[in-house]
Ligand binder design. Structure first.
Ligand SMILES: Nc1ncnc2c1ncn2[C@@H]1O[C@H](COP(=O)(O)OP(=O)(O)OP(=O)(O)O)[C@@H](O)[C@H]1O
Ligand SMILES: [Mg+2]
Length: 257
């Protein structure tokens, strides 16, 4: 069976820095695939290439057997490939519920400014969007915060909201870049549970970049290791943690500062 997402021989440089050098990666449907590697390995750059935020110098990305290398992010979102993005300033001043109700327009590249300009229009959105937002708040354990401003949420609650927004759209693959960063231990469990449930109960496939190895160990199989812009190895986390080449890659990066 072919992969849901396949990136082949990706290259990306910034000035003199070769951030991604011939990296290839596959994400099979139904998996929670992890992507790890030392700081500066090129993980976030690869994510930007996969989600379409930047265009590669060379290489090919296909999703559901369709070449998407040159598609804009919102076109990829329409096909079912999405990533979380941080709450922009405007959205901090909206409530949790409003953020969820805006998500579809935002991520699908529709013009959402008119909605801002028409008072009360949020409430006038179709009942279907509202119904879905309520369902998503339940999944994300955000129901009792529905009328709180997003800007007042804790770091971890914001992460839950960012992930929840992706659920407002029909999607198959969700890219998460360091979902655990800045999340306190209690909410870390909630976040991990949420990702797990979305995978097992809702059929979502994930590709997750994360430095928290507990989260990787709990969620991800397989795990892909990237160093210096390229693939080092791929496998189950328990094997990788004992793999001398993986240990060396991490220790080497610490030793080099
Ligand atoms: N926009 C940019 N302009 C210049 N250099 C960049 C840019 N983005 C990334 N780089 C460089 O590319 C390399 C890879 O960076 P990237 O952010 O992809 O690594 P990463 O694996 O995500 O690291 P981390 O684990 O610290 O998030 C680094 O040397 C970084 O400094
Ligand atoms: Mg990064």
């Amino acid at each position: 069976m072919s992969a849901l997402l396949e990136a082949t021989d990706m290259w990306q440089s910034f000035g003199g820095v070769q951030a991604v050098r011939g990296m290839s990666l596959e994400v099979s449907r139904g998996t929670i695939t992890g992507l790890i590697g030392p700081n500066g390995a090129g993980k976030s750059t690869l994510f930007n290439l996969l989600s379409g935020v930047i265009r590669p110098d060379a290489g090919q990305v296909s999703f559901k057997e369709q070449d998407i290398t040159r598609l804009a992010p919102w076109r990829r979102a329409r096909l079912g490939l999405i990533r979380t993005f941080q709450l922009a300033r405007e959205f901090q001043r909206m409530t949790v519920l409003e953020n969820l109700m805006f998500a579809p327009q935002l991520q699908l590249g529709e013009n959402f400014w008119p909605i801002f300009l028409r008072p009360g229009a949020v409430c006038a959105q179709e009942a279907e969007v509202y119904r879905r937002a309520c369902e998503v708040m339940e999944i994300a354990t955000l129901t009792n915060l529905r009328d709180d401003y997003a800007g007042d949420l804790s770091g971890g609650q914001k992460k839950l909201l960012e992930l929840a927004r992706t659920l407002m759209i029909d999607c198959d693959l969700i890219l998460l870049d360091e979902p655990g960063a800045g999340v306190n231990p209690a909410l870390m469990n909630t976040l991990t549970d949420m990702i797990w449930r979305l995978n097992r109960e809702h059929g979502k496939t994930f590709l997750i970049v994360e430095h928290d190895m507990d989260m990787i160990a709990q969620l991800c199989d397989p795990v892909v290791v990237m160093t210096q812009g390229s693939l080092l190895t791929k496998g189950g986390f328990d094997d990788l943690r004992r793999d001398p080449a993986v240990i060396e890659a991490y220790l080497g990066s610490v030793a080099n500062g």
